[in-house]
Design a protein around this ligand. Structure first.
Ligand SMILES: Cc1cc2nc3c(=O)[nH]c(=O)nc-3n(C[C@H](O)[C@H](O)[C@H](O)COP(=O)(O)OP(=O)(O)OC[C@H]3O[C@@H](n4cnc5c(N)ncnc54)[C@H](O)[C@@H]3O)c2cc1C
Length: 386
């Protein structure tokens, strides 16, 4: 399995789109210029300067599908034409009150309604913090006694999880539930397991997320397996984890041991251990692996081969974010593996925090950005454009 075939990787991109991606990644790779650019953008946003037009013509189309589902349709079509499924992600962050939570749930239900008409999606995804309060999750996780109001709020959260899963089942879709910060994750783990116990009896409809950068997650997985093996199919989205800095800072601030592995090598080892455990026990699991790491994707293919699993075994899915690592997604799909890109969408002001995270991530992991740039350049040379 190789990920260097740029013709396959960028077949879905026009020359114009390719050049736009080139300039974007070029800017992100330019250390100080990139920092200045992002600071300037933050300043414009703070001053409520109308930046929509600039965003819409630059970063937005690289990382988002559109402002609503209709606008995403051409993107979804072009992905599926090249064998890649879309996982629509209404990328709203920082929901604060019951109204916001209801609205987010409704967005998920709308996706399930609209997407039902196309055969280009198999999964829906939501963030627990978009349907319930962070403070409530934190309290549950710390075993603090809930007030009557909080008990009612918890019932409402469970009901939102359940409504999304029920509708997904009707539409024959699967539900991925994102993982967030460790201090809210134990509450989420419990809520997700409750839904798995309802919906995962015969096949995995509900997926919890395991963040391998947490040093306790391999043991968590092994215990989950011991407890539920034979009772349900355990759906797992396996990722490395996105909140490392926040986790370490909080642990420092409050003086407890950080839940994050001490080094990247240890995170990689934890990721590989989780991956091997799941694939070796695939009869008890469904796996959705979210990673831009080429070695991890190659390892998964190799293990599937060794274990004599078919490339398109319906229990194993690969995923990358829209606008990133197309070389992995499209080459995997070309070789017959199941691939679904996360496709964030939403109005510009609502997806702005997501876009800023993408810009920051692509600037901080310079090896990833340089790799993207190198692949785009090769394809521009191959197409003879400059
Ligand atoms: C489809 C998809 C879904 C995702 N869903 C979620 C989600 O629900 N929750 C979530 O938290 N994240 C999620 N992510 C993000 C993911 O967790 C990673 O942050 C991101 O994908 C980078 O990891 P990698 O495996 O792609 O690449 P790599 O570049 O190999 O890994 C980078 C990651 O390694 C870890 N790391 C880096 N340096 C160190 C260090 N010094 N010590 C310890 N660990 C280190 C961090 O987790 C960092 O993000 C998702 C990603 C994808 C592609």
């Amino acid at each position: 399995m190789e990920f260097n075939n740029t013709e396959v990787a960028f077949k879905h991109k026009s020359n114009f789109e390719l050049k736009r991606a080139y300039w974007l990644f070029k800017l992100l790779s330019m250390g100080y210029l990139s920092i200045l650019g992002r600071k300037f953008l933050n300043l414009l946003l703070t001053l409520k300067f109308p930046v929509d037009f600039i965003i819409l013509k630059s970063v937005y189309p690289q990382f988002c599908g559109g402002r609503d589902i209709a606008e995403c349709t051409p993107v979804i079509k072009s992905l599926i034409k090249n064998g890649v499924y879309s996982t629509l992600d209404y990328s709203v962050e920082a929901c604060k009150n019951e109204n916001d939570f209801e609205k987010s749930m409704q967005k998920c239900l709308n996706i399930l309604d609209d997407i039902d008409r196309s055969k280009s999606s198999k999964f829906i995804v939501f963030k627990p913090s978009s349907v319930g309060s962070l403070e409530l999750y934190r309290k549950i996780g710390s075993n603090v006694k809930l007030s009557e109001l909080e008990e009612r709020q918890l019932d409402a959260v469970e009901s939102r999880f359940n409504k999304i899963c029920t509708q997904a089942k009707e539409k024959q879709m699967k539900v991925l539930i994102d993982a967030e910060e460790s201090w809210i994750q134990s509450a989420i783990d419990k809520l997700v397991i409750n839904q798995m116990l309802i919906f995962n009896k015969k096949e995995a409809l509900v997926f919890n997320t395991v963040q391998a950068y947490r040093h306790d997650r391999y043991d968590y997985l092994i215990n989950l397996h011991k407890k539920y093996k034979g009772k349900i199919k355990i759906g797992i989205k396996l990722v490395r984890g996105a909140y490392m800095e926040k986790e370490n800072n909080r642990a420092n601030k409050y003086g407890y041991k950080s839940p994050i592995c001490k080094s990247k090598n240890l995170t990689d080892r934890s990721f590989n251990d989780c991956l091997k455990h799941i694939l070796k026990n695939i009869n008890d699991y469904n796996l959705f692996m979210g990673s831009h790491n080429e070695k991890s994707n190659i390892l998964a293919c190799k293990l599937m081969d060794e274990l004599k699993l078919k490339k398109d075994d319906k229990r194993v899915w690969f995923s990358q974010l829209y606008g990133m690592s197309d070389n992995i997604s499209f080459n995997l799909s070309k070789h017959g593996y199941n691939v679904a890109k996360y496709l964030p969408y939403g109005p510009i002001n609502e997806v702005m925090p997501y876009l800023i995270r993408r810009l920051n991530e692509n600037s901080s992991i310079s090896s990833q950005t340089n790799r993207e740039l190198q692949l785009i350049k090769s394809e521009m040379i191959r197409r003879n454009i400059n």
